[in-house]
Design a protein around this ligand. Structure first.
Ligand code: COA
Length: 316
């Protein structure tokens, strides 16, 4: 039996209403809007309110994706939630999202942590489970409340991150929005470059320059690998949806691949780095703004703590 073709049937996103600008941050730590914009491209980020949780944001993004796909909660039989900020260590936040959405009990629901590469890890996992023929419709969600693990007194990290959620509905397709390939990687030897240690200060710690260098190299490798596997040239990619960490990382990737800046979807100026939510947020924005059109070849590429990285190819 040949595997069914699996596609992205719909996407959705959710961003908290509260905006935290660089100018406001400059009143909290010793920094300036000019420094943050020139080093990262970030101008503002969204911060979850007290009653907003990873599960509530994930559910809101998932509802939008289901509506976009024309798929009902009753049809969903798999939820994979990529997050490094679950509501609690247990139960899995995916189960809370299942309940919020009214997805029936015969669905498999679990969380997955691959940090900022989480959405691509979840996408590849869901794709494999759907391609097995044993599941039919999956919700793949990236959602983060990073504001709870940011040290708001550390100017070298607190300017980078934000909260939000993005989601995609995966299911059988007759050729549109088809997932053509995905490839995941991890380099545990670099686990110490970016982490949230246990203990009295469980906040994001990062060796920024090393992460930057590894990020560019890993994303370039991931892109070259998947293009080679599919016999494609970089110039055939209409739109790259990269992890939204730093505009200079995206620009360096473009330079190495020989792709102009217009080929890259960028949303980090308004959201900062939302970790597992960053790619689905940028993808949803790109689709809704007409940036991704029918027939376009789109490449998703991520890197994150682990260090994890990966890529995926989608023909719309
Ligand atoms: N405002 C003003 N100055 C700041 C600052 C801030 N918010 N944060 C750091 N600085 C200072 C540093 O203290 C340092 O000062 P010093 O030279 O007196 O020691 C100076 O700016 C330069 O720091 P450096 O770390 O070399 O800057 P950089 O050009 O590498 O930019 C990052 C810093 C964090 C923006 C950059 O390294 C980066 O984006 N790295 C990747 C991070 C990332 O993507 N993480 C998520 C991965 S999923």
């Amino acid at each position: 039996m040949s595997s069914p073709a699996i596609g992205i049937l719909g996407t959705g996103a959710y961003s908290p209403a509260k905006v935290l600008t660089n100018h406001e941050l400059a009143r909290m730590v010793e920094t300036t809007d000019e420094w943050i914009v020139s080093r990262t491209g970030i101008r503002e980020r969204r911060i979850a309110g007290k009653t907003e949780t990873t599960s509530s944001m994930a559910a809101a993004a998932a509802r939008a994706a289901l509506a976009d796909a024309g798929v009902t909660p009753e049809q969903v039989d798999l939820i994979i939630l990529a997050t490094l900020t679950p509501d609690q260590p247990m139960p899995a936040t995916a189960c809370l999202v299942q309940h919020l959405l009214g997805v029936p009990p015969r669905a498999a629901c679990f969380d997955l942590n691959a940090a900022c590469s989480g959405f691509l890890y979840a996408l590849d996992t869901a794709w494999a489970m759907l391609a097995s023929g044993r599941y039919r419709h999956a919700l793949v969600i990236g959602a983060e409340k990073l504001s709870t693990i940011v040290d708001w007194t550390d100017r070298s990290t607190c300017v980078l991150f934000g909260d939000g959620a993005g989601a995609a509905v995966l299911g059988p397709t007759r050729g549109t929005a088809q997932i053509l390939g995905a490839r995941l990687y991890a380099e545990g030897a670099h686990a110490g470059l970016l982490c949230v240690p246990r203990g009295p200060k469980p906040f994001i710690q990062m060796k920024g320059r090393e992460v930057f260098k590894n990020a560019v190299r890993e994303m370039e490798d991931a892109v070259r690998d998947i293009l080679e596997q599919h016999g494609l040239a970089a110039s055939q990619i209409a739109c790259v949806i990269p992890h939204q960490a730093n505009l200079r990382i995206i620009e360096a990737l473009g330079k190495y691949l020989g792709l102009p800046p217009e080929r890259f979807a960028v949303s980090l100026d308004r959201h900062g780095n939302t970790s597992a939510a960053s790619i689905p947020l940028a993808l949803d924005e790109a689709r809704r703004s007409g940036r991704v059109r029918a027939g376009d070849l789109t490449l998703l590429v991520a890197f994150g703590a682990g260090l994890t990285y990966g890529s995926a190819l989608v023909r719309w």
